[in-house]
Structures are given as C-alpha cells and as structure tokens.
Design a protein around this ligand. Structure first.
Ligand SMILES: Cc1cc2nc3c(=O)[nH]c(=O)nc-3n(C[C@H](O)[C@H](O)[C@H](O)COP(=O)(O)O)c2cc1C
Length: 354
C-alpha cells in the first residue's frame, strides 16, 4: 500500500514534522495549585508526541483570562517551570509542541476574576446559561466592555504569555482566535458593538487580533506563530452577519504578516465549508480540524485542501493515533465523563497498542 498522505513529513517553517497529524488543542482541567501544569501533564503530551505537531490545551495569558476550573496559565515563573517539564518530556521523544495562548473574555465568572470583578469583553454582552465553577454551576457573569485605553494592556498580556512560552522552550505558539473567546468576541459583530477603532468595520474588528499577532511576532518569529479561527462556529453564542467577508479578510491580513500557519475549525461534514475561501487567501501552512477521521483526513491532504489535519477527541482517546492510522487499527472509544475531571483517569490511562 502506498504511504497515506497523513503519514508523510511536512516542513513547517523549517521544522521537519514527521507526519501531518496534529494534536488539536484540548482543555483538560488538570492544572494544579497556581494554575501550574504537573508531571502528569508532561506524561499526557509525551504519550501523544508521535504527532507531527502537538498544540497544548488553551492556556490563559493572565488571571483575567481564566473561565474554567483548573486550566493552566502561562504568566507566572511557576507556570513557566511547569510548562518547561512538558516541553522537555515532548522534546525527549522527538516531538514538536506549540502553546495555545488564551483569554476567555466574557466566558467567565467573577469567582475566577482577580478581586471578584466582572470579566472583560469587547462589549457588555453576557452569555446566557450556566458555567461550572469550584462552587458548582452558576450563571455566567455579565462582562464589561474594555475601555479603549485598556486594550493595549490586554495585548501585552498575550505578548507576556509568548515570552513565557519562549522561555519554557516551546517551538512556537498558537493564538486562540476561535470558539467565542476574547479575540473572537472582538472579531464577530454579534459580540462586538463597539463604536471606537476596535468595532464597526471589518478592519476595526480585526484590529485587536492583529495587534496581538504583531506583539507576539516580536517574541517568536512570525513563521513560528499560528492563529486558530472558527468561522462557522456558534459555540459560546457566537454569530456574525458576514463571516465570509470577516474571516476572508482575517486570512489575508495574517498572510501578509507571514504567519506560519492558519488553523481553522471547519468540520468535514459541515454544509458550509470555509476552507476553500481561507486556504486561497492564506499563503502559509493550513491546518483543518473538525470531525476528521483517517479517511477524510487523508483525502483533505491528497486534494490539497489542507497541509495538516488536527484531531481532537480521537487523539485524546488514542495516544498512538498516527500508528493506529498507519496500521488501520481500531480506535479506543473516548470517555466523555472524564474529559474535564482531574487526575489520571481518562487522561493518561488510555492504552496504546501493544
Ligand atoms: C475536551 C475538549 C477540550 C477542548 N479544548 C479546546 C481548547 O482548549 N482550545 C481549542 O482551541 N479548542 C478546544 N477544543 C476543540 C478541539 O480542539 C477541536 O476543535 C474539536 O474537538 C473538534 O475536533 P475533533 O472532531 O477532531 O475532536 C476542545 C475539544 C474537546 C473535546
């Protein structure tokens, strides 16, 4: 049998990836005290290091960026030390690992916020429904709109996160612009009702993302920075009046900045695919994600739709996913109940093939 396209190497900004399978970023809520990752997390990522590229779970760039229990941070010296042991464990087995930089914006609760203050967002538009805190399920807290002169400070939190990532030894960083978190709240007009230079027109709504990109690419070379977007995603009550125009313009602006990759959640089975539009607008590497399996992933590479395919749930449950694809072996079933619970169960105890 000829080699599967997914199993061929790829040159990502001068890093030789051993295959085109990417571990999608996945929050696992296993950080310890001080939002520091532990040795268990190093084991989890090292188990999955046979991917071409690992992207860490989302990691908040500042205390204000947290919205879930036990998510890791990337701003303190202790967090840097925690991440260093993860990076070293992955590098020791020949893996490549990027950190995902995150700020949840409005997807939070006052109990996560320093001083119990309101979470921040592009506009003061709250989420309906409930969220989990250490005290159980509670309504989301209504956010307050960032003042124009505060935005520079939030941008510098992402830059600081990149500095910590560099110091911890990460090969690169992915800026989380997807899934309804802070950057996405600025991008889409369902959540951005601002009337200053950060709201209204598409160039204005792109401004926050691009300032973050421009800051982070002063820490890592642009070729080592990726951005994740979810143009069709409604998660976290997101909507935009013209996603083709918005995300097409985003892809172009990121292309001009010579970013290493664009990572797009664009489910294989979605009736409306954004990949043809975005791939054509972005000249760097293109990662597609969302419900792919071995067959559809191989087809995406073979057709030129994408350079790399990211796998979330299948990789969570199968630490040796590339080998299973290579051998056509059956996959372990994911245990949804342990996705976000602490400890080893459902984290580091999924079996690899013998
Ligand atoms: C447990 C879990 C945690 C996730 N956490 C993140 C995250 O931290 N950052 C992110 O960008 N996406 C996150 N996602 C979305 C995944 O990266 C991915 O887009 C999604 O699972 C679809 O891909 P799949 O069908 O291959 O699983 C998460 C998904 C799951 C299942």
């Amino acid at each position: 049998m000829s080699t599967q396209p997914l199993l061929t190497p790829f040159d990502l900004a001068g890093i030789e990836l051993r295959n085109r399978i990417v571990l999608a970023p996945m929050t696992r809520s296993r950080a310890g005290a001080g939002n520091v990752v532990t040795e268990l997390t190093a084991t989890y990522y090292a188990q999955r290091a046979s991917a071409g590229l690992l992207i860490t779970e989302a990691t908040q760039v500042a205390p204000e960026g947290q919205g879930y229990v036990a998510t890791p941070g990337i701003y303190s010296p202790e967090q840097e030390a925690g991440w260093r042991q993860v990076v070293e464990a992955v590098h020791a087995v020949g893996g490549v690992i990027y950190a995902q930089l995150w700020h949840v914006g409005r997807v939070s609760h006052t109990s996560f916020q320093p001083g119990g203050k309101a979470p921040v967002s592009a506009s003061g538009i709250g989420l309906t429904g409930l969220t989990w805190t250490s005290e159980g399920q509670v309504p989301f807290s209504t956010p307050r709109a960032l003042e124009t002169d505060e935005i520079r400070g939030v941008v510098s939190q992402y830059v600081q996160g990149a500095r910590v990532a560099l110091a911890a030894g990460f090969d690169g960083v992915e800026i989380h612009g997807a899934n309804g978190y802070l950057i996405d709240q600025f991008l889409r007009d369902g959540t951005n009702h601002r009337t200053d230079a950060y709201g209204g027109s598409i160039p204005n709504r792109l401004r926050f993302l691009l300032e973050v990109v421009d800051g982070v690419t002063r820490v890592f070379p642009a070729s080592r920075v990726g951005v994740r977007l979810s143009p069709g995603g409604a998660f976290n009550e997101m909507a935009d009046s013209d996603p083709d125009a918005l995300f097409g313009a985003a892809a172009e602006a990121l292309s001009i900045r010579n970013l290493g990759y664009l990572h797009v959640i664009d489910p294989a089975a979605s009736p409306k695919r954004f990949t043809p539009l975005l791939r054509a607008r972005f000249k760097g590497a293109y990662i597609v994600n969302g419900g792919f399996d071995a067959e559809t992933g191989n087809a995406a590479i073979a057709s030129g739709e994408a350079d790399l395919v990211a796998y979330g749930v299948p990789f969570l449950a199968n630490p040796d996913l590339p080998r299973r694809f290579a051998e056509g072996a059956p996959l372990n079933a994911p245990d949804f109940a342990t996705f976000y619970t602490g400890g080893e169960k459902g984290y580091t105890d999924y079996p690899a093939l013998p």
